[in-house]
Design a binder for this molecule. Structure first.
Ligand code: PLP
Length: 390
């Protein structure tokens, strides 16, 4: 018999992917302009022109054997050095190239990290609402995901966190700006999380999954975990900040202030090897080094957020105020997320039922779409709101 865990994972898509596939089918049936696809976090803003120019330059002026060859398993040295330098400059840490491990995006950063850290039966804490793949990644690495509740503003419920920490806790995942709520955890929250983690008898690792680090609206500072806690690991991706989700490029940064830094980094190298990653895409590693500090034009997402907040509030929908990422987590008017998402489909609005994010009664709207699509979708949202008797 085949490995039934994997067979099942292959047969039942994530709710996000399921809706994304439905959207493709529906667009073929009634025309792309008539479907309002808010299902997936696929950036609509193109990568900056610097990406195009750097790629052309790399292709035209680098020895192709070198450009397309394997790099070191952990990534090209000069690429890792440029990332370490950037992080040191921004966050006053003292990382070296040997703290960085290049990956195929945040998903790979997370799977490699979890496989490096976990033994069978270990627990990993995540704050709801959380990216549903965390559960898949944890369980595949032999662990169990333990959800911690949130308060009404989608901030971690620290009393519940204190209760859920146990002798089996190996790691805690923080995701801020958050997918799907868009909220940011402030410095006080991070300090309290760290304080509680430090109270554990065994070493507990804090993993900061931050593909939305640059997607912040306004002058809000996102605490950088390494400034608060030694045993910390950052999982980063260029999928969102540089609009490169299909190219699969990101990194893991291990805090060299961790007492067991050498062990962690070795575990990451070992996990990456065992999972068959070999090395992150060579061309895109070099591209990243050439585009340090660049982002796509993220102002589009802020404009989308503002427009949606104004209109959806006017129509009577409720959600937490998002300060970052590009999602709205909307309360289902009758408390049933599945029914809400199904009803939205009747108006060709594709919203993901949020139950798999660990938080019942909400749907996720991904607004990394074109402003034109939002304008076309607004009447449908109004009709959806009106369909509920209030
Ligand atoms: N973590 C979070 C919170 C995400 O929202 C996503 C993607 O949407 C990922 C990880 C995976 O990102 P990547 O495409 O870089 O693998």
């Amino acid at each position: 018999m085949l490995n039934q865990t994997n067979v099942k994972l292959g047969k039942v898509r994530s709710s996000i992917r399921e809706l994304f596939e439905y959207g493709k089918k529906r667009k073929a049936e009634i025309g792309a302009d008539n479907v309002f696809d808010f299902s997936i976090g696929n950036p609509s803003v193109p990568a900056p022109d610097k990406v195009r120019r750097t790629l052309i330059d790399l292709i035209e002026n680098t020895d192709p054997v070198e450009l397309h060859g394997y790099t070191s398993a952990q990534g090209d040295y000069s690429v890792r050095k440029s990332i370490a330098d950037e992080l040191n400059g921004r966050f006053s840490v003292r990382l070296t190239a040997d703290c960085i491990y290049m990956t195929c995006g945040a998903s790979a950063s997370l799977t490699v990290t979890l496989n490096a850290l976990l033994n069978e039966g270990d627990e990993v804490i995540a704050f709801v609402p959380f990216f549903p793949e965390y559960k898949v990644f944890c369980e595949h690495a032999g662990g169990t995901l333990v959800p911690v509740a949130c308060d009404g503003a989608f901030q971690p419920d620290l009393n519940d966190f204190a209760k859920k920490l146990s002798g089996r806790t190996k790691a805690v995942i923080i995701n801020s700006p958050n997918n799907p709520s868009g909220v940011i955890y402030g410095a006080e929250t991070v300090k309290k999380i760290v304080e509680l983690v430090k109270g554990c008898a065994q070493p507990v690792y804090v993993i900061s999954d931050e593909p939305y680090r640059e997607l912040v609206f306004g002058e809000i500072e996102i605490p950088f975990i390494m400034n608060y806690y030694g045993r910390s690991i950052v999982c980063y991706s260029y999928s969102k900040s540089l609009s490169l989700p299909g190219e699969r490029i990101g990194y893991i940064a291990v805090n060299n202030a961790a007492e067991d830094f050498e062990e962690i980094y070795a575990g990451i190298l070992g996990a990456g090897r065992a999972l068959g990653f070999v090395c992150a895409p060579s061309l895109f590693q070099r591209l990243i080094a050439g585009c340090a500090g660049q982002t796509s034009d993220l102002s589009v997402y802020k404009a989308n957020r503002d427009r949606l907040i104004t209109c959806l509030t006017e129509y009577g929908f409720e959600f937490a105020q998002p300060d970052g990422a590009f999602y709205l987590f909307i309360k289902s008017p009758d408390g049933d997320a599945q029914a809400f998402a199904e009803r939205a489909k009747k108006y060709e609005l594709l919203l993901v039922a949020g139950d798999s994010f660990g938080c019942n009664g909400y749907v996720r709207l991904s607004y990394c779409v074109s402003p034109e699509m939002i304008e076309r979708a607004l009447p449908a949202f109004k009709r959806l709101a009106d369909s509920y008797e209030r």
